[in-house]
Design a protein around this ligand. Sequence first.
Ligand SMILES: *[C@@H]1O[C@H](CO)[C@@H](O)[C@H](O)[C@H]1NC(C)=O
Ligand SMILES: *[C@@H]1O[C@H](CO)[C@@H](O)[C@H](O)[C@H]1NC(C)=O
Ligand SMILES: *[C@@H]1O[C@H](CO)[C@@H](O)[C@H](O)[C@H]1NC(C)=O
Ligand SMILES: *[C@@H]1O[C@H](CO)[C@@H](O)[C@H](O)[C@H]1NC(C)=O
Length: 248
Amino acid sequence: MSSSFPFLLLLILHSTTTTFSQTTASAPAPPGPANITKILEKASQYTILLRLFHMTQVGDQINTQLNNSDQGITVFAPTDNAFSGLKTGSLNSLSDKEKVELVQFHVIPTFLSTLQFQTISNPLRTQAGDNTYYEFPLNITTSGNQVNISTGVVDATVANTIYTDGSLAVYQVDKVLLPMSMFGPPAPAPAPVSEKTKKKSNAVDDTSSSADGSATADASGTASGNRNLHGFIVGLAGAIAFIGMLCS
Ligand SMILES: *[C@@H]1O[C@H](CO)[C@@H](O)[C@H](O)[C@H]1NC(C)=O
Ligand SMILES: *[C@@H]1O[C@H](CO)[C@@H](O)[C@H](O)[C@H]1NC(C)=O
Ligand SMILES: *[C@@H]1O[C@H](CO)[C@@H](O)[C@H](O)[C@H]1NC(C)=O
Ligand SMILES: *[C@@H]1O[C@H](CO)[C@@H](O)[C@H](O)[C@H]1NC(C)=O
């Protein structure tokens, strides 16, 4: 008999949560998160972007992110026409990794209304990551109702709002947004710091060092990512040790 009390409590708790979630669900928000694939299919003229979303799985990423984060998402969607404006072979010459980055470059990991475009601080950070000049910078400028996007390689215009619900915004753009890292000029010579170290150690070898400039930048990016993770783990371990000390 005594064991039925916790069960009853659980039952009450359960029915309370159910009621609560029902009230939440009946709020004005649309039923379930938006689906980028469905939206673009409905809008038509986005078959190439849809194919890329599918191939790179970025479409699924967007849907998952919409469901799991309250930051929202903004997608700049180039039309089929925009893709046909590319130089022949532009897409085929990209590696799988670059295709993913190209598609991610059209995705901003926050919801942006047209009003927010006017006060945005450039360069924006896209889902492709690093927004420094020779990597994946994206600038938005406005004048009246006109919204322009510059990548350093192309200047595009936001032609239309395809979809917006306060969480997902999808805007039609008239050009494929080509990132600097793949379509821009190569980054200039290595940073002054490494230049000095090289001169000190070996003054003769200067010409060969500039050839692998991009590879060096890449490697250091990864290294700093690892450093951050390492710092985090060390910090976490420290925190756990500290809590352990307090508890004992
Ligand atoms: C989104 O829509 C597409 C096509 O309409 C469908 O195949 C897919 O399963 C949907 N994804 C989710 C997460 O609902
Ligand atoms: C959204 O997330 C909830 C809980 O995290 C999960 O149960 C649901 O299946 C997800 N829906 C989609 C469409 O991914
Ligand atoms: C947007 O781009 C158009 C055409 O490229 C240009 O004429 C206009 O000045 C640009 N506007 C802004 C605000 O950058
Ligand atoms: C973007 O804007 C920033 C800040 O105004 C500027 O420094 C940078 O050169 C611009 N980049 C591109 C690609 O237009």
